[in-house]
Design a protein around this ligand. Structure first.
Ligand code: SF4
Length: 149
């Protein structure tokens, strides 16, 4: 009987992970020029919808935060609030050199260069600007990680 319930629980667990991975909903939130590339990824050529990624306007409907662009110190508290309001389990993708490490503005006093100190980053998309296809690849990799968790 225990074996049967173990199988049942493990099947449910796998189903939950599969559902979570296949319905990753990013928050509609862009900070800078990388946001244009993120919008491009949602448009018809890359078409993130086909991977189950539907952009949501509310953090309470979203479980993926794509930090697309330069994070300024002025914007950081609002970004953290949005992250806190998102559903668990939640994931963060740092998109572009600016989000990863400050990029072109790393020397600036007003730019955050260490976003990972404020929220856990699950994946990064390199480049300035990063290609929309690279964002789609990062999301697919993240989905694979969630399925295998
Ligand atoms: S990484 Fe490049 S494209 Fe992206 S926000 Fe920074 S300057 Fe703009």
């Amino acid at each position: 009987m225990s074996g049967l319930s173990d199988t049942f629980v493990s099947t449910l667990d796998r189903m939950a992970k599969w559902a979570s991975a296949e319905s990753m909903w990013p928050l509609s939130c862009g900070l800078s020029c990388c946001a244009i590339e993120m919008m491009h990824a949602a448009a018809s050529r890359v078409d993130l919808d086909r991977f189950g990624c539907l952009f949501r306007a509310s953090p309470r409907h979203a479980d993926l935060l794509i930090v697309a662009g330069t994070v300024t110190k002025k914007m950081l508290p609002q970004l953290i609030t949005l992250y806190d309001q998102m559903l668990d389990p939640k994931y963060v993708i740092a998109m572009g050199s600016c989000a990863i490490s400050g990029g072109l503005f790393a020397e600036s006093d007003t730019v955050v260069c260490n976003l990972g100190n404020y929220m856990p980053i699950s994946a990064v998309v390199y480049g300035c600007p990063p290609r929309p296809e690279e964002l789609a690849s990062a999301i697919l990799e993240l989905q694979a990680q969630v399925r295998l968790k």
